[in-house]
Design a protein. Structure first.
Length: 288
């Protein structure tokens, strides 16, 4: 088993030439490349093409083809617009000569303006009182395939602690909501860019599977096929991802073999730091 891997290493890209970057891949044990990796790396690529005073405030992503977790990903950044306050980049992720993903991301210089927050962080237990989610899998290593035991190392860089304990091996019918404390295990420094890319990476964890809860199923069910179709994210204020953030997820609808989820991310003060939305394939297939 690998001793340690760092999220900052995954999100540090190799520059091939202007606007062209390459990132390594982690195999998390899913059927395809983890979507959070592609989003975090695509944002990191776009960040390298804008002035330091430009900070990402929104991104919209489409997943076109499943990625290969055993191969690196190349990111091609298109310069769409550079204005006085805002600039826009479009990022294409490429594997095996094919485009697997697109992201459009908007950046803005810091400005003061009208401010309000009409969102309340739920009253939940403190993260220090909860068990890390990874502990569940560590306690059942003898029931996991050998290759999955090795891949657990790639889940450890993000400490996630679910408020409502859920056993993915024995799911029960539950409301389509989930609250998860999460933070980076490693210290990330003071550059807001790396905090944004690491949170983008983590924002894909648990998100769409919230839509399975009313059906008493989990991603480990052999008859469920899930894949992200699109993902959107908005950054509202500066934050640190090496301190605890509460990810509040809910799924207001599923149908047509698609699940839909939306999320709000709060810091420990109860300030809303980011919002997310995602739609994805959620198909039940016949036993094979």
């Amino acid at each position: 088993m690998k001793n340690s891997v760092q999220l900052s290493e995954l999100l540090t890209l190799e520059r091939l030439e202007k606007g062209l970057y390459r990132g390594l891949s982690w195999d998390l044990g899913f059927r395809a490349l983890f979507g959070g990796q592609v989003m975090g790396q695509a944002l990191a690529a776009a960040q390298q093409t804008v002035d330091p005073d430009r900070i990402a405030h929104s991104m919209h992503c489409y997943f076109l083809l499943p990625g290969d977790a055993n191969k690196p990903v190349v990111y091609d950044v298109e310069f769409i617009r550079d204005g006085r306050s805002f600039c826009t980049r479009r990022v294409k992720a490429i594997q095996n000569g094919r485009t697997i993903f697109y992201m459009t991301v908007s950046f803005q210089v810091e400005e003061q303006g009208l401010t309000h927050q009409h969102a309340d962080m739920p009253d939940v237990p403190d993260p220090d009182s909860l068990e890390p989610d990874i502990r569940f899998y560590e306690n059942v290593l003898d029931k996991l395939p050998e290759n999955m035991v090795e891949k657990l190392a790639y889940h450890r860089p993000v400490d996630m602690r679910t408020v409502q304990a859920i056993n993915p091996m024995k799911p029960t019918v539950a409301p389509p909501t989930r609250n998860v404390w999460m933070k980076s295990v490693e210290k990330l420094g003071d550059d807001l860019n790396i905090h944004q890319t690491t949170l983008t990476y983590a924002s894909d964890y648990y998100f769409l599977v919230t839509a399975l809860q009313p059906h008493g199923m989990s991603i480990m069910h052999p008859n469920i096929r899930m894949a992200t179709i699109d993902h959107a994210m908005w950054f509202h204020r500066p934050f640190r991802f090496d301190d605890w953030l509460l990810y509040c997820m809910e799924s207001p609808f599923s149908g047509g073999s698609r699940g839909f989820a939306r999320g709000q991310i709060f810091n420990r003060k109860g300030e809303l730091v980011a919002s997310t939305m995602q739609e994805g394939l959620m198909r039940k297939v016949e036993k094979q």
